[in-house]
Design a protein around this ligand. Structure first.
Ligand SMILES: Cc1cc2nc3c(=O)[nH]c(=O)nc-3n(C[C@H](O)[C@H](O)[C@H](O)COP(=O)(O)OP(=O)(O)OC[C@H]3O[C@@H](n4cnc5c(N)ncnc54)[C@H](O)[C@@H]3O)c2cc1C
Length: 411
C-alpha cells in the first residue's frame, strides 16, 4: 500500500509529537507520525525526570527553556485541551552548585536579563521554605572513605518558577492535541526504510512493506536516530551516543515538608518530588555515572545496586531527617548525548527533504515545545501563539559546535 503525506515524522516521543502538533496548528499540511511502540513513552520520554529549569550557559538555550516552561505552565491553553493529563508542578529549582557569592549573583543577573525569575538565597531563606534540606555546601565523598565535615554554603541560586511535569502524560496530551488538528499518529508502525531518489527524500517504508510518500521526513527517533540516518544513507558530522542513565525513587514522608527540584553538586545528584509528593526521585549529574550503549534495544532497564547504594548517601546527606529504612527502587533510561557539544542538532540536512531533531543530551523534555515551534516556523513560514524567537539555525546541522565549559547534562 502506498499513501501520501506532506510530512512524515519518525517517532512519537515528546520531540516528534511536538513537531507534528506545531506544524498542524499553523498549516493544513497532512502530517503522519510513525511510532514503532505501542504508545507514547517507549523511548526517552517515558523515563524522563521532566525537570523544567532555565539555568543554561547560552542565552538561546535559556530562552528556549523559558519559552518551553511557559508552554508547560499554560499547558491546557498550549494544547487546546480543557483537561490535559499533564500539569506543571511549580516547586522552584534550587541550585546548590558550590559557587561563590559573586558567581551566584552573576548567574541570577544573567537569568533576570533574559526574563527568567532568579533569586539569590541564603540557607536561612531555604530552611524557611524547605526545612528538610541541610545547609551544607561542602563536597561529599560518597564512598565514605574521606571524613566529611558539613559547612554551610553562603548563598545559592533559586529559580522560583521552575519545577517539573510528567513525560508520558505530556506526550499523551500532544498526541490528542495533534490528532484533533488532523495529524495521523500511528503506533506499532516501525520505519524500516527511508526512500531516496535523485538525491532527495521521497518517503518512508513502514513495517517492511507499506510506503508513505512525502517530500519531507523528520528523524525524531531519540536514541534510535543513528539507525534512521543510516537508512537514509546519511552520515552526520555529529556523534550522537545513546547513553544509559539511572534514576532512583524512595518514599517521601509528608512530615518532612515540601521539596524543590534540587541540583546538588556536593553529592553529584539532582532530585525532585514525585508521585504527587509521595516519593522523591533522584538522578546523577556526573558524567562518570553515564554509560554508552551500543544498541538502544538492549538497555538494562533496572538500576544497578551499586548506583542505588552510593547515591542514596547523597540524599541522606542533603536530607538528614530522611529515615535510613525504606525501599529504594530504580530504573534506567537513555540520553542521546551529542559528544561534540551536548546540544541537539535540529533542521534540514544535506539530503534534500530530510530533517533531524536529535541529540538532546538530557534537555529534550523542556526544549521540546519550542523545538516544535522552531521546526514548524521553518517549514511553514507561519507564526503561532507561544512561539519562540530563537532561530533554528542555533542548532543547525552545519553549525560549529557550541562552546560550553563542561560537556555535561547541566551545560
Ligand atoms: C532518566 C532521564 C531523565 C531525564 N530528565 C530530563 C529532565 O529532567 N529534563 C529534560 O528536559 N529532559 C530530560 N531527559 C531527556 C528527555 O527525556 C529527552 O531528551 C526527550 O524525552 C527526548 O525525546 P525524543 O522524542 O527525542 O525521544 P524519545 O522519547 O526516545 O522518542 C523517540 C521515539 O522514536 C521511536 N522510534 C525509534 N525508532 C523508530 C522507528 N524505526 N520507527 C518508528 N518509531 C521509532 C521510539 O519508539 C520512541 O518512542 C531525561 C531523560 C532520561 C532518560
Amino acid at each position: 500500500m502506498t499513501e501520501r503525506a506532506d510530512l512524515v515524522v519518525v517517532g512519537a516521543g515528546i520531540v516528534g509529537i511536538s513537531i507534528a502538533y506545531q506544524v498542524a496548528r499553523r498549516s493544513d499540511r497532512t502530517v503522519v507520525v510513525v511510532e514503532r511502540g505501542g504508545g507514547v513513552g517507549e523511548g526517552l520520554t517515558g523515563a524522563s525526570s521532566a525537570i523544567l529549569r532555565c539555568r543554561y550557559t547560552h542565552p538561546e538555550v535559556v530562552a528556549l527553556a523559558r519559552d518551553g516552561l511557559r508552554a508547560y505552565r499554560h499547558w491546557d491553553e498550549f494544547c487546546g485541551l480543557a483537561e490535559p493529563a499533564a500539569t506543571m508542578v511549580e516547586t522552584g529549582v534550587l541550585w546548590l552548585m558550590g559557587q561563590d557569592r559573586a558567581s551566584v549573583e552573576a548567574d541570577a543577573a544573567r537569568l533576570r536579563e533574559l526574563d527568567v525569575d532568579a533569586d539569590v538565597v541564603a540557607p536561612t531563606d531555604v530552611a524557611r521554605r524547605f526545612p528538610a534540606l541541610s545547609d551544607c555546601g561542602e563536597p561529599f565523598d560518597l564512598t565514605g572513605d574521606e571524613p566529611h565535615v558539613c559547612r554551610p554554603y553562603d548563598v545559592a541560586l533559586f529559580e522560583p518558577r521552575g519545577g517539573y511535569a510528567d513525560g508520558p502524560a505530556a506526550a499523551t496530551d500532544l498526541v490528542e492535541a495533534a490528532r484533533r488538528r488532523g495529524v495521523d499518529v500511528r503506533f506499532r508502525s516501525e520505519v524500516t526504510g527511508v526512500r531516496v531518489q535523485g538525491g532527495r527524500i521521497v518517503g518512508v517504508e513502514v513495517g517492511g512493506f507499506d510506503r508513505i510518500d512525502a517530500p519531507v521526513v523528520i528523524n525524531a527517533a531519540g536514541p534510535w536516530c543513528n539507525r534512521i540516518n543510516r537508512l537514509a544513507g546519511l552520515d552526520l558530522p555529529w556523534t550522537l551516543d545513546p547513553t544509559r542513565v539511572q534514576v532512583i525513587f524512595r518514599d517521601w514522608p509528608a512530615e518532612l515538608g515540601p521539596l524543590p527540584v534540587t541540583a546538588d553538586a556536593s553529592g553529584g545528584v539532582y532530585f525532585r518530588p514525585d508521585a504527587r509528593g509521595a516519593r522523591v526521585l533522584m538522578g546523577s549529574i556526573l558524567p562518570d555515572d553515564e554509560e554508552e550503549v551500543v544498541d538502544p534495544d538492549r538497555l538494562r532497564r533496572v538500576a544497578d545496586a551499586s548506583f542505588r547504594d552510593v547515591k542514596i548517601h547523597a540524599l541522606h546527606h542533603r536530607i538528614p531527617g530522611l529515615a535510613h529504612r525504606g525501599a529504594v527502587v530504580g530504573i534506567a533510561g537513555l540520553y542521546t548525548i551529542n559528544r561534540q557539544d551536548v546540544h541537539p542538532v535540529v533542521g534540514p540536512t544535506d539530503l534534500d527533504g530530510f530533517w533531524v531533531a536529535n541529540g538532546f543530551s538530557g534537555h529534550g523534555f523542556k526544549l521540546a515545545p519550542m523545538i516544535g515551534s522552531m521546526v514548524a516556523q521553518a517549514l511553514t513560514g507561519e507564526r503561532a501563539s507561544f512561539d519562540t524567537d530563537v532561530p533554528i539555525e542555533f542548532f543547525a546541522v552545519d553549525r560549529d559546535p557550541i562552546v560550553v565549559g563542561d560537556k555535561t547534562v547541566l551545560a
